[in-house]
Ligand binder design. Structure first.
Ligand code: FMN
Ligand code: FE2
Ligand code: FE2
Length: 419
């Protein structure tokens, strides 16, 4: 099935909060660039109280199915929507606003002041009188509960806000605490898995999602975490991926680490290699086994095979990264250039780095890598950059070994965050 929709009660049977987990199984690239192994989920919620509230719409790919499911739900409950809360205008959440607001003409739209100013770009024909802009701390009473709004600018767009329901202790967190993929969210929504499985199954793809989508905005995410710390939260209801019961699995510590740009795996090393004919990748294999011999767990990514978003995510996870590139037209192999530029744009920092170049007549990749890394914050270059001329020989292999022991010693001794 290209599109699946699951409905699941959040926070117990009488909470009045229903999660609509909408899975697009047909999508292979999110934002036309991030590979997806098992589709993507878009979450929307209904809060039933004296007033009926819908929290966010969905992507165009699941819009028709979502409209039908929400319509059937409302009909079977004998209700009409009073408010549509729009927390984020990006098209993956705003595609259905226009259709929803025209189908339910009595419904009012609640969004941040910033979003109210941008709304017309994403949904046309909504009378301004139907739009209720809200500010930090504003309250929407809906019967037995008062929803509270907090602004979360640049998590991931400037108009983003989040919504707190004190009755159920739910934080509707917009893109924060989202993840790539469809099947994990689906199996939690279907009740086949519970949130304790998230400890194992959530971090890898949630990290790749967070770093690539929001990674640039660490200070703003820190701001949101500070606001969240003052709230009593039991459930995180994001716009992608599973609802998270923080009593079963709490991802806040990881978000704190990611948004501070601190590594999770301080004792692990990543080796990224960019090759034309394969000799640099071969040298990277040798280097990775030297690191393993030194007792450091090491991951090798050949940039001709690994996806860029995976390499970026891995570099954020590890405490140290060694960059190895052949020289290409007096510069870097394009995949290495792309990785460095993506790391810079995501504010990668506070890590140990090593540099290895290859070249047959005028190797200059090391200097280019060093210049790129020099433009990032708080990186410590470990050991001497190594030069390989076409293939490893005795002297370049010895230089690689020195780099491996210097890197291993640094990782083991300094351990924690590089400054
Ligand atoms: C299109 C192209 C451009 C290259 N430009 C340079 C260069 O500017 N300087 C240099 O020393 N080697 C250059 N090389 C040679 C490679 O860097 C060298 O052969 C290296 O050993 C290749 O490593 P690999 O086997 O990992 O691809 C170039 C090779 C190609 C195919
Ligand atoms: Fe977004
Ligand atoms: Fe999103």
């Amino acid at each position: 099935m290209p599109v699946e929709i699951y409905q699941s009660q959040v926070a117990g049977h009488d909470s009045g909060v229903t999660w609509f987990c909408c899975v697009d199984n047909g999508i292979s690239l999110f934002e036309k660039q991030y590979p997806l192994a098992d589709g993507m989920s878009y979450d929307s919620y209904i809060i039933e109280d004296e007033k009926l509230v819908v929290v966010d719409t969905v992507d165009h790919a699941v819009e028709a199915a979502w409209m039908a499911a929400v319509g059937a739900f409302l009909e079977s409950h004998g209700r009409r929507p009073d408010f549509l809360i729009v927390q984020h205008l990006e098209p993956d959440h705003s595609a259905a606003i226009e259709a929803f607001m025209s189908f339910y003409p009595e419904c009012r739209l609640v969004c941040s002041v910033k979003a109210a100013g941008m709304l017309g770009q994403f949904a046309r024909g909504i009378d301004a009188a139907r739009v209720m802009p809200v500010k930090e701390g504003d309250i929407l009473p809906i019967g037995s509960r008062e929803l509270r709004f907090a602004m979360a600018p640049m998590v991931h767009w400037p108009e983003v806000m989040v919504t707190y329901d004190p009755k159920t202790r739910i934080l509707f967190s917009a893109d924060a605490f989202g993840t790539f993929g469809g099947s994990l969210a689906a199996s939690i929504a279907r009740g086949e898995k519970d949130c304790s499985s998230l400890e194992k199954e959530w971090p890898e793809e949630a990290r790749r999602y967070y770093i690539n989508i929001c990674g640039k905005y660490g200070p703003q995410v820190q701001g949101l975490l500070k606001k969240a710390a003052s709230l009593d939260i039991r459930y995180l209801c994001p716009l992608h991926g599973p609802v998270v019961d923080v009593e079963a699995y709490n991802p806040v510590g990881l978000y704190d680490k990611w948004s501070r740009y601190e590594p999770e795996l301080t004792q692990e090393c990543l080796v990224v290699a960019a090759s034309l004919h394969g000799n640099t990748v071969e040298a990277a294999r040798v280097f990775a086994s030297m690191m393993e011999e030194e007792g450091v767990e090491t991951t090798l990514l050949d940039l001709s095979e690994a996806d860029l978003s995976e390499a970026v995510s891995r570099a954020f996870a590890c405490g140290a990264t060694v960059f190895m590139s052949a020289t290409y037209d007096a510069s870097l192999v394009p995949s290495m250039r792309a990785l460095l530029s993506r790391l810079k744009s995501k504010n990668w920092q506070k890590r140990y780095v090593g540099i290895v170049e290859n070249g047959s007549w005028a190797p200059i990749a090391a200097g280019v890598i060093a210049k790129e890394l020099g433009e990032m914050k708080s990186l410590t270059v470990v050991g001497e950059p190594v030069t390989i001329r076409t293939r490893l020989d005795e002297s370049s292999e010895a230089a690689l070994r020195s780099l491996a022991s210097a890197m291993a010693a640094t990782i083991k001794e300094k351990g924690e965050v590089a400054v």
